[in-house]
Ligand binder design. Structure first.
Ligand SMILES: [Zn+2]
Ligand SMILES: [Zn+2]
Length: 456
């Protein structure tokens, strides 16, 4: 990690406050889509620093003006107090010409061609949004796509960089007055939250079931939960693709899923309602609980405490994950069984389905119903799978919640592309010495997996 800080000081600290200085700062790493510009705005206000901040194709660019003292405190906070989801690779500052700005602003992004900015992985819904989700007095109560600058989809909705709403799959939805005001409110949690929306203005979920006309919103989610309780198989659109879900405690439902999916005995992953249910299902150390509830929300493979023969035949382990999208919490709160099989929606070795029409085509012989989210998914991102070994967490499948975070620094100046293996393929690109690994793509003997790989 290099953190190159060259703060320009003019004069000694006793007298320099009288001079107004200017500096240009470039911040690189995962700094878009993690509340970084609002954070810069707030620390600029705290120290009466003027100028601007913007996103460009390389990261975040800041022009700051103030006294020597205020600028050095501004830079200190920039390094030390960055939002939790930010991963800073470098902060480079250099003196520049003083312009005399009279305020500090977030200005429009600059779209460049030489794109190197990091994209944040998708983030599980945060505690603040969850509290609002279940607070009936809140404007976004029960709203299935609730999110803020600390949580929500990122990699799975990004179409281009810099990260702005117009370059995400949310571009078709126009904000209502309430969302627009939250988006502009500097002191709020949704200041410049690009996927911001609410029940008034945003996308919804709908349920396709047989020939009955589609239900929308909470009614759709309630009906899907009832179908799951009734032993049905429901294809559910999640963050990075569709899942096939059924009641894990119903041997009949799980057997039906195996038959229809042509999957003889490979274990299915499960989503459990909460940590209490997880503790009753698998043996968890404090470290394992931490991993299970991490913001990446991986599937954790752990020793089974219950017998669910059809879910994981012939093994003494089960793969469990906790809810991560607001939709999952709403399903459990509205009566879905506390242990759901949640397996990637595909037939046998195909990659996970993520486009609605493709999902209807490929899964209609498997799923009894479809719970479809209106927000499009930009690219497929499967669930990650981890195991806790003696030496710490072991990544069995690195995907949602982790990709496309950097995995290593490699001292090369030219870009390097590594195309991975035939089985469990991923690809890695090294740009500016930082190795960025794609999400799990799958086995390449399958034609659709090859196409998926070519699109990354
Ligand atoms: Zn949130
Ligand atoms: Zn709204």
């Amino acid at each position: 990690m290099h953190s190159l800080i060259n703060v320009s000081h003019s004069g000694d600290s006793e007298t320099s406050h009288a001079f107004c200085l200017a500096q240009l700062t470039r911040v690189t790493g995962i700094v878009q889509g993690v509340g970084f510009r609002p954070f810069v705005f707030r620390i600029a206000q705290a120290y009466d620093v003027r100028g601007w901040v913007l996103n460009d194709s390389a990261g975040v660019h800041i022009h700051s003006e103030g006294t020597s003292r205020s600028l050095s405190m501004f830079l200190r906070d920039l390094r030390q107090l960055a939002p939790p989801a930010a991963v800073i690779d470098g902060i480079d500052s250099a003196a520049t010409t003083f312009v005399g700005f009279d305020d500090f602003r977030i200005v429009d992004s600059i779209v460049g061609t030489d794109t190197t900015a990091g994209i944040s992985p998708d983030l599980a819904v945060c505690d603040d949004c969850l509290a609002e989700l279940f607070d009936d007095r809140d404007a976004r109560a029960q709203y299935v796509y609730i999110n803020c600058t600390s949580c929500g989809p990122r990699y799975s909705i990004v179409i281009g960089l810099p990260y702005d709403r117009s370059r995400t799959t949310m571009s078709d939805w126009e904000m209502c007055a309430k969302c627009a005001s939250d988006y502009r409110n500097v002191s709020g949690r949704r200041f410049h939250a690009q996927p911001i929306s609410c029940g008034e203005c945003g996308p919804q979920y709908l349920l396709r079931y047989g020939s009955s006309s589609d239900q929308r919103g909470l009614a759709a989610i309630r009906s899907a939960a009832a179908l799951l309780s009734d032993g049905k198989i429901v294809a559910i659109k999640g963050i990075g693709g569709y899942h096939l879900a059924c009641n894990a405690d119903s041997a009949d439902a799980v057997k039906a899923l195996r038959e229809r999916k042509f999957r003889k005995d490979r274990p299915f992953a499960m989503m459990v309602a909460d940590m209490q249910t997880a503790r009753r299902t698998v043996s968890l150390s404090p470290e394992a609980e931490e991993l299970l509830s991490a913001v990446a929300r991986p599937v954790l493979v752990a020793p089974a405490l219950v017998v669910l023969d059809d879910v994981a035949p012939g093994t003494s382990e089960l793969g469990v994950m906790l809810p991560y999208a607001p939709l999952h919490y709403l399903l459990f709160a509205n009566g879905a069984p506390e242990r759901l099989v949640m397996t990637s929606a595909n037939r046998s070795a195909e990659p996970i389905a993520y486009r609605d029409e493709d999902a209807f085509d490929r899964l209609s012989s498997i799923a009894d119903a479809f719970l479809v989210g209106e927000r499009p998914i930009a690219r497929r991102v499967d669930d990650s799978v981890v195991r806790l070994g003696a030496a710490g967490p072991m990544m069995l499948r690195r995907s949602r919640g982790y990709a496309p975070g950097p995995v290593a620094r490699i001292p090369v100046t030219r870009p390097v592309l590594a195309l991975g293996a035939d089985l469990k393929n991923t690809i890695t690109l090294v740009v500016n010495g930082i190795a960025i690994m794609s999400q799990h793509i799958g086995d390449l003997e399958n034609h659709s997996a090859r196409q998926a790989s070519a699109k990354q």
